[in-house]
Design a protein around this ligand. Sequence first.
Ligand code: HEC
Length: 289
Amino acid sequence: MKPSIIVSLALPLALAALPAAGAKSQKPPVKQTAPAAAAAEDKDATTAEFEKFREVMEDSNPAELFEMKGEELWNEKRGPKQVSLAESCDLGLGIGVVKGAYVQTPRYFADVDQVMDVERRIVHCMVEHQGFKREDIAKKPFSNDTHTPEPVSLVTYVASQSKGMKIAIPQKHPKEIETYRIGAEVFQYRAGPYDFSCATCHGADGKRIRTQQLPNLTKPQGAIKSYLGWPGYRMTGGVMHTLQWRMNDCFRQQRFPEPGYVSDSVTALLSYLGVNSNGYTYKGPGIKR
Ligand code: HEC
């Protein structure tokens, strides 16, 4: 089936299941005595409804279509050099190995003497091994309703191959340790017209913007939210996004200039968030509001 077909099936469902924005005071009809009720009461109606809906949806997640597309792209001989990524690209565990690669990046790659996150590494492989032009890939790196960039499908496929595995981002090489430290600094760095840092919105428990809960990304229980469910099929707009997009969109919310595509600062942030999530089990590509 074509992605557009499933998406058009999935979306009306999504909209039907979500209460209208601003329906904060309507509590879900839960029995006060049920053990789950207390927990549900803590959340507002929108969040609770969305989470119920997500559980149902994750059994038939539209992300699977992007995984399939990504798998094709991984195995096909492509680009000016007519080489496949499967026969040329090392994501850190050996050429062509995708199993477990997602939960072990960002990591140090000796061939470039650099720490790279998975999307950056995939783009690197597309340029170096397949002969695609970096500028062409960077022109439109994020999904919209008519276009899903190839790296997005590729990352989604690679991520799906780490489903059920523990996040284990290495901190052995000095550059891995340094990258984490830089990420921690970027996270705390306040600037811009509002003097915001990532920590302004994500550095304490229980913060929210309207109906959206903001995870505390400085603690493991919150940091794991930065890995779980990403790459994610985003109901708003019905598109697939990776963490590269999430980072850029949060820089935008921070009123900072957006970083260039697959840049050092994004790798550093992903290293910070990822290492803080180490030890948790990754559940594969997910669904986001
Ligand atoms: C002005 C407030 C604000 C700032 C500053 C901000 N974010 Fe966010 N962030 C949000 C909102 C809103 C969401 C979406 C929450 C949702 O959809 O439930 C979000 C979501 C996220 C998520 C995904 C969490 C999830 O549950 O999927 C990550 C990771 C993240 N931000 C990281 C960052 C980083 C890193 C920075 C600094 C570069 C940053 N944010 C700066 C408001 C902010």
